[in-house]
Design a protein around this ligand. Structure first.
Ligand code: HEM
Length: 461
């Protein structure tokens, strides 16, 4: 049953207050949350259970049990809107799908959804494999010289170039590097703002504000030019932008205006490259620590593909490769936290939730819940064998979120990641730099803060 935001839960009167760690006056645990959120969240759950009150500057609750996750994201989603942190991304993403809400979001989601239909994104498999092949060619000299390199940096570069071409048919690294640089600057600064305590007003000429304003100027100009050129041509193109431009509101027949298109395009660049790059970086880290698993991935690539590049049709046959990616996103979910705000008082698992509080859903901790995962800290892709996944609680694993605001690009990512991983496995074995320990850096996404330093060894065909 779907609740309306106004429905008052009948068990509110008998609900318990949530337990939780004590904090400092006024700021609560905000300092610790900022310094090491994963440690604070993990410890709070271990000590206080599945619904924990966390005193930050604003009141917050961690909801860790899969039943609670279902309550917030699905059954009672109307009572849980996006919380204030998403507003901080609005300076770059405007009112795109990730940051908008209400009727605007509903309309935009309906307009954008067809562009992500399986049949539509199928056409992107070739460009994914072409960009990956180009990167693997570059790795030849690195492998020959046994030079250490950062595979996280390589993944960011690769997924950025893939999303650039899928969205606007542009090579963001080549002739249009100006756009690439501007996108990088704008996204990097907005990421830092996401977790900052204080953001200087935009009128102040701080170095960040100046760089941000310059980047946004370039982006506004270039995106506007691309849109105008397409509007003038008879063909809108078959990339994501073309599909978004062709979309029409079923009721009014209206298309998106330029401003809305810009916001959606920026959103997709942000949401669609760093997430995938981080997921793959953690995959390579885990494979280098688990050579037996890495050999199985190589073997599958040889059996399914031989020497040829993968197509969309190959992806279902790369079953073990997909399991490795799923297990890696269990331990290192790219979106490690999902924030919401309770519109009205509510009760989750017998615990009172106060209106206006932030709700923190944390894939990083739910994915390690000991009631749902055996040896939760261990890396074991076999637990994602279809027969085992089917038996699991549907909300024990939610790297792409769930419910109406589930990731729109999950199909895109689920095609892109196995293609990239299988192509790397066809050609190279990656070895972690001896003694290297990656740092968990939970910003908007869960990054390896110091990269993933590896050497590559070319495999004999
Ligand atoms: C491994 C890769 C990815 C992961 C783990 C991921 C995860 C997520 C999650 C958890 C959300 C929900 C956020 C929230 O509700 O607070 C989300 C939303 C979104 N994602 Fe992804 N994502 C990935 C790849 C992509 C790609 C490739 C694209 C686009 C090409 C994309 C576009 C979006 C958009 C537009 C939203 C907002 C959807 C809405 O609210 O209607 N994502 N993603």
């Amino acid at each position: 049953m779907t609740a309306t935001a106004a429905a008052v839960p009948q068990d509110l009167a008998t609900a318990k207050d949530a337990p939780g760690p004590k904090g400092w006056p006024l700021v609560g645990l905000a300092g610790e949350f900022r310094a090491n959120p994963l440690a604070l969240l993990t410890r709070s759950i271990q000590q206080h259970g599945d619904v924990v009150r966390l005193k930050l500057v604003r009141n917050a609750y961690i909801v860790n049990h899969p039943d609670g996750v279902r309550h917030v994201l699905h059954d009672h989603h109307l009572n849980y809107k996006k919380n204030f942190v998403y507003d901080r991304l609005k300076s770059v993403l405007g009112d795109g799908l990730l940051t908008s809400s209400g009727d605007l979001w509903k309309r935009q989601r309906k307009l954008a959804q067809p562009a992500f239909h399986r049949q539509r994104i199928k056409g992107f498999a070739d460009l994914m494999s072409t960009h990956t092949a180009r990167m693997l060619e570059r790795w030849r000299s690195l492998a020959a010289s046994r030079k250490t390199f950062d595979v996280h940096h390589e993944m960011m570069r690769l997924t950025f170039s893939i999303i650039g071409e899928a969205l606007f048919s542009l090579n963001l690294e080549g002739g249009t590097a100006e756009v690439g640089q501007a996108l990088h600057d704008a996204l990097e600064i907005s990421q830092r703002r996401f977790t900052a305590f204080f953001i200087p007003p935009k009128q102040l000429p701080t170095p960040d504000n100046r760089r941000f304003a310059a980047a946004m100027k370039v982006l506004d100009r270039v995106v506007e030019e691309i849109i105008q050129t397409r509007r003038a041509a008879s063909d809108l193109g078959s990339d994501l932008l073309g599909m978004l431009m062709a979309a029409r509101d079923e009721e009014t027949g209206e298309a998106m205006d330029n401003r809305q298109l810009r916001d959606e395009v920026m959103t997709m660049v942000l949401a669609g490259h760093e997430t995938t790059a981080n997921a793959l970086s953690w995959v390579f880290y885990l494979l280098s620590k688990n050579p037996g698993v890495a050999r199985r991935v190589q073997q599958e690539a040889r059996e399914v593909l031989g020497q040829r590049a993968p197509s969309m049709e190959d992806v279902p046959n790369l079953r073990y490769t997909q399991q490795v990616i799923e297990e890696s996103m269990r331990l290192y979910p790219p979106v490690w936290i999902i924030g919401r705000e309770a519109v009205e008082d509510d009760v989750i698992q017998g615990v009172r939730i106060l209106k206006g509080s932030s709700i923190l859903l944390v894939p990083f901790t739910t994915h390690r819940h000991k009631d749902f995962w055996e040896h939760p800290e261990g890396f074991d892709p076999d637990r994602f064998a279809p027969e085992l996944s089917q038996k699991r609680h549907r909300y024990a694993y939610f790297p792409f979120a769930a419910g109406p605001r589930m990731c729109i690009g999950d199909g895109f990512a689920k095609m892109e990641m196995p293609i990239i991983l299988a192509m790397v496995a066809q050609r190279y074995a990656l070895h972690l730099e001896p003694g290297f320990v990656p740092e968990l850096d939970p910003v908007v996404t869960l990054r390896p803060g110091n990269g993933i330093q590896v050497t590559a060894k070319e495999l004999v065909a």
